[in-house]
Design a protein around this ligand. Structure first.
Ligand code: NBP
Length: 497
């Protein structure tokens, strides 16, 4: 076996675990579990590994067994029996029924004080349920959101563990040692109790949906309105990545747009079916936001845009039947100006999407009695995860300046940054509508911004309608209390309650 110390810390890895005697079990060795196990081994852990199908375990050891100290086990019983107490186990299996099956099997074999970490993309309500069930046995259950895909799992992900403080004391330092590191700070923090970790991971994924939708709209507008090639747009994105928009998603957009299909020689984006798929975390985010009453319109538009793209049976007939603008839009004469306007629309809409996501985190925390430090969350999203971006440092600063900030949009930095983008943002939304190019992310973000800053909203009329047809009552601007108008009688007003 090669000396473990020589293999420590990949390019984004954290500090080595101090003791070298630390031990952890990983069960579920598909791409994420295998890479996490390797990351742990590279950081000096003795990693006891297990997978339902033994072949995966053998493949991991054959390919990477020399990267650290691995102990292969064949059955769940052997896996648990091999681990030192208190046992620390990370489960990396498919979320849902598979996680329940694994947790159920392990539950009977674990003892009070053991820590079971679910690093999969579990629904946070499932995590709350599992935490309560394992607590009855005194087993600590930690629902940990892990972001960064397979590369992140290997080189340093962003980790969002929930669970009790006691559990974090047992597992946190170990997780911090394998997380990405930004400015010397590991991208891992104890989010708060039971489902808090998976809740914020869900919102993280929702923001990721919104971010990608906005990027796609920017690409589409540049392509349709300016006739730019994907490779040229890739160059634009690469340029943007050197400024305020600097982020992983902008960086990989440039890469995907420059990619050429080897078979046809055509731009890669032109040979990919235009129907985006989803695994569910975006949908969960919107469902939760609806329950919480938080308007995450950017995330919702992104989820719906993917759904619309997938409805081929509607898109086909509509393509020929629904007319677009009567006259083709005027060609854009100021091409550089339009590119800059699209950049502004992208930046401003992105700030709105992140602001809405952080609002949902605050609302979820309040509803579930968690204390989630939004500055700490922005800190651990700066590296390792899919939404890592330069401006998360600004978000961290904003919530550090004012932990009770009602919306990111009113923090002076973001207020001014968005204000500077406003003209381009409005121009792009108008241009998109005129040209018949769908830009639901840009348009709804702008509508949200205008809704927030409006002196008066037409909600007053909505209240009037509700009172007329359903006697739902209303409040007045000039008096306390609730009122109802006798619409079908003499239209006099009565105080209610
Ligand atoms: P998958 O989500 O594809 O799951 C495959 C693993 O689950 C295999 O190890 C498989 O064992 C195991 N498994 C299944 Br399926 N049913 C099982 C059962 N009833 N009992 C025991 N094991 C079972 O793996 P992944 O893509 O590595 O993702 C793992 C987790 O991490 C998921 O929850 C995923 O949502 C999450 N995640 C993934 C990413 C990503 O980029 N892929 C990023 C972040 C989080 P087998 O080998 O015997 O079939």
């Amino acid at each position: 076996m090669r000396p473990v110390r020589a293999l420590l810390a990949g390019p984004r890895g954290g500090a080595a675990w101090p003791g070298m005697s630390q031990e952890i079990g990983v069960t579920g060795l598909a791409v994420m579990g295998a890479n996490l196990a390797r990351n742990l081994a590279r950081h000096g852990c003795r990693v006891v590994v297990h997978n339902r199908t033994r072949a995966r375990t053998d493949a991991l050891l054959a390919a990477h067994g020399d990267e650290g100290e691995f102990v292969a086990t064949g059955s769940t019983g052997e896996f648990v029996a091999t681990l030192q107490r208190p046992r620390r186990i990370i489960v990396m299996v498919q979320a849902g029924a598979s996680t329940d099956a694994v947790v159920h099997e392990l539950m009977d074999l674990l003892d009070a004080g053991d820590v079971l970490v679910d690093g999969g993309n579990a629904r946070y309500t499932d995590t709350i349920r599992r935490t309560a069930a394992l607590a009855e046995k005194g087993v600590h259950f930690v629902g940990a959101g892990i972001s960064g895909g397979e590369e992140g799992a290997l080189l340093g992900p962003s980790i969002m563990p929930g669970g009790s403080a006691e559990a974090y004391a047992l597992i946190g330092p170990l997780l911090e040692s394998i997380a990405a590191v930004v400015d010397g700070t590991p991208c891992c923090t104890h989010v708060d109790g039971d489902g808090a970790g998976h809740f914020v991971k869900m919102v993280h994924n929702g923001i990721e949906y919104a971010d990608m939708q906005l990027i796609a709209e920017a690409y589409d507008l540049l392509r349709v309105r300016l006739g730019m090639s994907p490779a040229e747009i890739g160059e634009v994105f690469a340029g943007w990545n050197a400024g305020d928009l600097d982020s992983y998603l902008i960086e990989i957009t440039a890469e995907v747009l420059r990619h050429v299909d080897a078979d046809t020689g055509r731009p890669f984006v032109d040979v990919v079916l235009d129907q985006a798929e989803q695994k569910g975390t975006g949908r969960w985010t919107v469902q939760s936001a609806l329950d919480l009453g938080v308007p995450v319109s950017g995330i919702a538009e992104a989820v719906f845009a993917r759904a619309l793209s997938g409805h081929a049976e509607q898109r086909g007939p509509a393509r020929g039947a629904l007319p677009g603008p009567a006259a083709p839009p005027e060609p854009v004469t100021d091409r550089d100006g339009f590119v800059e306007a699209v950049r502004q629309a992208l930046y401003a809409s992105k700030v709105v999407a992140y602001a809405q996501g952080f609002d949902q985190v605050a609302a979820g925390a309040e509803a579930h009695g968690w204390h989630v430090d939004r500055a700490a969350l922005a800190t651990i999203w700066r590296g390792g995860c899919i939404i890592r971006a330069r401006f998360l440092d600004r978000i961290r600063q904003a919530f550090t300046d004012d932990p009770a900030l009602t919306t990111l949009l009113v923090h002076p930095y973001f207020r001014d940054a968005v204000a500077q983008c406003q003209e381009g943002w409005r121009t792009v939304v108008v241009e998109a509508a005129r040209a018949g190019v769908p830009a639901p992310g840009f348009a709804s973000a702008l509508a949200y911004y205008d809704g927030l800053r409006a002196e008066r909203l037409p909600a007053a009329l909505v209240q009037g309608l509700r009172d007329l047809f359903g006697a739902h009552t209303y409040r007045r601007v000039d008096r306390e209390g609730s009122f109802h108008t006798l619409w079908s009688e003499d239209r006099s007003e009565r105080p209610v309650g």
